[in-house]
Unconditional design. Structure first.
Length: 248
């Protein structure tokens, strides 16, 4: 690996932290890892440039098989809320009459808490959804369970407005509450249950610590970051990534 990056970090740690929280830093590190692989400096992997063309062709063939019109949907947490052609989140948001800033804040809340809960569930856990009859494990099951958790209002401080994740409720959430919502039992164990609850608690702390972004009184919520970003005259995808890394 090249020395300049580490030398810069030693000279100005604050600047180094800022620099690594950008998409450009990801590209730079990827380039460094590729260079190390080409030079045979990686311990566990090797890079064979003669296989690049074949790999690219296989990826293209897979895409064209599944999406002949090349209308590939974005891969995101939102795809995990769609089952059998039904968008469960859009359906619930419409039922609640959410639109405008209310919809943006609620969607932001859901996306952030759902992604944080999406770590390996283990091979023995599954979620049974009474509304759809689906029984799913792993990431798909965690997505559905987090959506139902959100829908139930367990993370809301306002019984009349369940579709929200308030900082106080996040910090108050116990592993027992999360386990009940995720149907955890000795026969249906979820890996890292306490850590997941703790992570949501830390999210609440982080949100409380940035009132300029997430609100100082009333609705202090992670989804408010979208409203904060929306005050800018223009915004790029990199701005969203940097804001998330900086505030959370």
């Amino acid at each position: 690996m090249s020395a300049p990056a580490s030398q810069a970090a030693a000279a100005d740690p604050a600047a180094a932290v800022h620099d690594i929280m950008t998409p450009e830093a990801v590209r730079t590190r990827c380039g460094e890892i590729l260079a190390a692989g080409l030079d045979g400096e990686l311990t566990w992997f090797s890079v064979d440039p003669t296989r690049f063309k074949e790999t690219a062709e296989r990826v293209v063939a897979e895409i064209r098989t599944n999406y002949p019109a090349l209308d590939v949907p974005f891969h995101s947490r939102w795809r995990h809320f769609e089952f059998n052609g039904v968008d469960l989140w859009a359906e619930r948001a419409a039922q609640a009459g959410l639109d405008g800033t209310a919809l943006a804040a609620a969607a932001g809340d859901l996306a952030i808490i759902s992604v944080l809960l999406d770590a390996g569930a283990g091979p023995d856990w599954a979620y049974t959804d009474t509304d759809t009859g689906l029984r799913l494990g792993r990431s798909e099951g965690l997505a559905l369970a987090s959506l139902r958790l959100f829908k139930a209002g367990i993370l809301s401080n306002d019984p009349s407005d369940p579709l929200r994740a308030d900082a106080d409720a996040l910090m108050a959430l116990t592993p027992e509450q999360l386990g009940e919502a995720f149907q955890v039992t000795p026969e249906n164990p979820l890996v890292g249950l306490e850590q997941r609850a703790g992570l949501l608690g830390k999210l609440g702390q982080a949100v409380t610590g940035r009132p300029d972004v997430f609100g100082a009184t009333g609705a202090v919520r992670p989804g408010n970051i979208l409203l904060w970003l929306g005050t800018r005259q223009s915004i790029q995808a990199r701005d969203i990534l940097i804001a998330l890394l900086d505030t959370l």
